[in-house]
Design a protein around this ligand. Structure first.
Ligand code: HBI
Ligand code: FE
Length: 291
């Protein structure tokens, strides 16, 4: 990586239990899944979930894409921390996806393997009271509220599975870094054009109050029309609001980007200079706020 942008420190998954992450990795199955143990959540945690849900739900109507709103409504998860088995029953009836509980971040290849099997890894612990606005590792609110609703959309669900299948074939750290950029900019921080204007689809946006509004309303960040190779070339930061957002026309565009020619796109991006977040280059299709 040439630029000195902070890239995520790859969690060093040496021996479960001492990987330096906050979840309990001591009782995992071979595929790094754990029991959700729904009965262990306290009334205070369910109350915190309700407050997080209400805060984000109040923003979603004006800031999130219609497919996200439709999925969130179908999941009906506002009253308490959702039971993953019940959510899986609803979700699998729609797109064949299920949730698996994990202790937190898991190694790339394990993560890709779950996505390829239409299983979304959902962290089982909920953030603390002093982390309502920001936390370093994804918790159950980020993973469930942020990622699960869009898995009710057949095309987006097909993309995430195809992404997992591609991830399993990624060869070495270079391809892995490019794959992570695609996930970061589209699955975590993607925007989409709608008849009503720009809307957020990224899990990192819809689950966060501040950046959700910033990504749509602010004049600061660069907003570019989605371009597969441009996304793969673009560096990102994990410790601040994004300085570049990519905007989809629709989910078909994203699904088509992970098709048979994806390997060529990886090769092209790998042999081009990385582009700093927030920087525009010749050929960029810059979108104004009006979309
Ligand atoms: N593990 N639990 C969990 N959740 C993630 O989002 C996740 C992960 N491991 C790896 C990973 N994401 C990244 O490699 C993705 O950007 C591909
Ligand atoms: Fe996420």
């Amino acid at each position: 990586m040439t630029q000195n942008q902070s890239q995520p420190a790859e969690p060093l998954f040496t021996i479960p239990g001492d990987c330096g992450l906050r979840g309990d990795y001591s009782a995992m199955a071979k595929d790094w899944t754990v029991e959700q143990d729904w009965d262990s959540y306290s009334p205070a945690e369910h109350d915190r979930w309700r407050r997080l849900y209400r805060r984000q739900r109040a923003l979603i109507t004006d800031y999130a894409g219609p497919a996200f709103i439709k999925g969130l409504t179908a999941l009906d998860c506002g009253d308490e921390i959702p039971r993953f088995d019940l959510a899986s029953a609803r979700l699998s009836a729609l797109t064949g996806w299920r949730l698996v509980a994990v202790p937190g971040l898991i190694p790339n290849d394990i993560f890709f393997g779950h996505l390829a099997a239409r299983q979304f890894p959902v962290c089982r612990w909920l953030r603390e009271e002093n982390e309502l606005d920001y936390l370093v590792e994804p918790d159950v609110f980020h993973d469930f509220f942020g990622h699960i609703p869009l898995l009710t959309d057949p095309v987006f669900a097909a993309f995430v599975q195809a992404y997992g299948q591609r991830g399993l074939r990624a060869k070495g750290p270079r391809d892995l870094e490019l794959m992570t950029r695609l996930y970061w900019y589209m699955v975590e921080f993607g925007l989409i054009q709608t008849k009503a204007g720009l809307r957020a689809i990224g899990a990192g946006l819809v689950s966060s109050a501040g950046e959700l509004c910033y990504s749509i309303d602010s004049h600061e960040p660069l907003r570019l029309a989605f371009d597969q190779i441009r996304v793969l070339r673009t560096l990102y930061r994990i410790d601040a609001y994004q300085r570049t957002y990519f905007v989809l026309n629709d989910f078909d565009q994203l699904f088509k980007s992970i098709d048979a020619h994806f390997h060529d796109a990886l090769e092209t991006a790998a042999h081009a200079d990385a582009i700093a977040a927030g920087s525009a280059i010749k050929g960029d299709k810059i979108l104004s706020l009006a979309g």
